[in-house]
Design a protein around this ligand. Sequence first.
Ligand code: CMP
Length: 140
Amino acid sequence: AVERTLSIIKPDAVAKNVIGEIYSRFETSGLKVIAARMLHLSQAEAEGFYAVHRSRPFFSDLVKFMISGPVMVQVLEGEDAIRKNRDLMGATDPKKAEKGTIRADFADSIDANAVHGSDAPETAAVEIAYYFPALNIYSR
Ligand code: CMP
């Protein structure tokens, strides 16, 4: 089915100047960028976005990293977009990410891991709504 998923290019990958390279991978695999914003998250915004991880031991490092520089946030649309984006990203820990994936090629650590992608339709809907009012979505 045609799905939408939320993607974030994290501060490490923005600093490495690979936004375009990552967008090319989305486009080559048939995913379309239908909304995008570059922003420097506040602590409250990062904490709110990652609220499901609030009680995990890595939460404060994750938030600190996500506010360390600007991020590029986009909605990707396409057939099977959630799984397709996760296949492109590779495993959360770049040491375990398959060769040729975004994380294998650009990530340095499990925190500085280049990209985020929604993991299921329910989380995609919540994450898209967090950053994009419906009026800013352009799907054709
Ligand atoms: P992301 O997909 O953005 O979702 C939560 C982030 O927490 C994850 O990518 C990692 O960058 C970070 N993180 C740090 N340590 C862990 C861990 N042990 N398990 C999962 N995520 C972690």
